[in-house]
Design a protein around this ligand. Sequence first.
Ligand SMILES: [Zn+2]
Length: 314
Amino acid sequence: MALPIVHNPAYDALFDPDHRFPMGKYRRLAEVLVEDGLAAPGTFIVPAPAPRDWVKLAHDATYVDQVYACAVPRPIEREIGFEVTERTSLRAQCATTGTVLAARLALEHGIACNTAGGSHHARFAQGAGFCTFNDVAVAARLLLADGEISSALVVDLDVHQGDGTADILAGDGRVFTASVHADKNYPVRKKASDFDLGLPDGMDDTAYLKTLALVLEELRGRVPSPDIVFYNAGVDVHAEDRLGRLALTDHGIERRDRMVISHFRARGVPVCGVIGGGYSRDLDALARRHALLHHTASEFAFSARSGSSEAAQG
Ligand SMILES: [Zn+2]
């Protein structure tokens, strides 16, 4: 079975190439996935814009209506880092549905990935830090509301702390939030997740992977059998990232993704992958870095299928 991959061309809101946010990475990522044989043109699962009732499961209703009406107050737009226009509103709506679809496909097939998502700085009241809607929080709340899951785990390895996810899901005992991030990075005021680990600047592959192995064992004890894991595979942990403070290589990121995915697949936990942050100016290198998630996940899509066929035969 091929890895189910969710993508919508509307993920690219067509910013000026000089914009601080490298919007073109979404289009380039889809191209790379086709070039690398992980998808054929026309085989992406294409998400429609999210109904606003879904988004209101995780965000203040007034803010949600402002985003849909492209009428977000300027101070909030400044915190987000771009204007909420028809294009950026549509991209947020589609990316949110994208993570919902990837989660449902993960429940069905064991693993699935979005080509966007991981907008973890969007908090209950509003967006921030290039994040308009918190797609993972919306997807978790929707699947819980529909009875498709009764628990979830968020493993957020983006280099920035998952403050928005922690804010929305604080006090919701059905979802366990975990964030491993560069301690000195944005956001300055962090919001407590259920598990947080702030890393020192400059951590390299070896130290990072050693730490991550311990974190995964800790989480196994804290959350023994979640119905799904949302994995934020932000690549801003890379040494050359403009906004990161860690020093991972591409190979280190690939090993990280394999460690996380193999850990949860071995435990039988469905994995929904979202791409998170990545801010290199070199769009091709950046897109290829994000594609490491899909490459690694695709190895486990195959084994998910053979596992289930073995079970059927046995
Ligand atoms: Zn980030």
